[in-house]
Write a protein that binds this ligand. Structure first.
Ligand SMILES: [Zn+2]
Length: 280
């Protein structure tokens, strides 16, 4: 799944590779996908609008990758389990795809949705109405994401409301672009159980969690994304995850106790029962 680090990596690669290329033809919906988020334009309209447009820049917002076309349209990608691939020749184009762009220099970009994902065309002026950009969540790379803000977000949790570390980080209030993937190592390295009540964190733990969020996200971006995700050149990221499906029942790298998994809040959590206590 594309999360914040991968969205940054992919938009950077698009900037380095696709800027200035003109779209010769665009096919969306070759293989219809129930959870491909396409927006208001039909596939036919997309083909018509994109033809002749030039890629002018790319940036990301949370887990969304935005690609600007001329000065008026945006392609919105990411947001899920997408493969976004650049092809120097047509041989490597996947049989099934949800978007195929052919550029006038005989190179290509394909997007294949697995699970769900964005292949939306929007007008640049409508960016503020994008339904999947998490404008209400704080961007952990923004300047406003200071320890003080983080602390305030914890203080804002209503007295009687339960709010686990996972819920706090992903959903309510949530951090922009953070999902059930990147958060696993962050919780492990900050020694916080995903089910731990956020309000029970002492200051030292809050600081550790905040600092780990910043450090690990930065590391993931620097290393080209996590080792479970591929970039537009079909290469896996170099950030080696610690907590994932294959680490279940293997010894914790810190204490040696076996790593456990559980279903929690619509996804699997991985944790060390000794290093990451639910209660203090
Ligand atoms: Zn451990």
């Amino acid at each position: 799944m594309i999360e914040l680090p991968e969205a940054i990596v992919i938009s950077k690669q698009i900037n380095e590779t696709l800027i200035g290329k003109t779209i010769k033809s665009a096919i969306r919906g070759q293989t219809p996908h129930k959870f491909a988020f396409i927006g208001k334009h039909s596939d036919e309209e997309v083909s018509k609008i994109l033809k002749g447009k030039k890629i002018t820049k790319s940036w990301s917002n949370g887990n969304i990758i935005l690609v600007q076309l001329d000065s008026d349209y945006l392609l919105s990608l990411g947001c899920g389990g997408e493969r976004i691939l650049y092809h120097k020749q047509d041989k490597t184009i996947p049989k099934k795809h949800q978007l195929l762009l052919e550029f006038n220099d005989q190179t290509y970009l394909t997007v294949t949705v697995s699970g769900w994902g964005e292949v939306r065309l929007i007008e640049l002026e409508n960016i503020d109405n994008h339904p999947h950009i998490q404008f209400n969540k704080i961007d952990p790379f923004s300047e406003e994401f200071t320890f003080k803000t983080f602390e305030e977000l914890i203080q804002k949790i209503p007295e009687k409301k339960k709010c686990s570390a996972k819920k706090f980080s992903i959903t309510d209030p949530g951090l922009r672009g953070i999902g059930n993937g990147v958060i696993q190592d962050i919780f492990f390295l900050s020694e916080i159980h995903p089910k731990r009540e956020m309000k029970s964190l002492i200051k030292e733990e809050q600081k550790r969690l905040y600092q780990t969020i910043r450090n690990e996200l930065h590391k993931m971006v620097t290393l080209g994304g996590r080792d479970s995700e591929k970039d537009i050149f079909d290469n896996f990221g170099k950030y080696k995850r610690i907590m994932h499906s294959k680490s279940v029942d293997t010894p914790c790298p810190i204490c040696g106790i076996l790593i456990k998994k559980q279903q929690y809040l619509g996804g699997t959590i991985y944790f060390c029962p000794s290093c990451q206590k639910i209660d203090r």
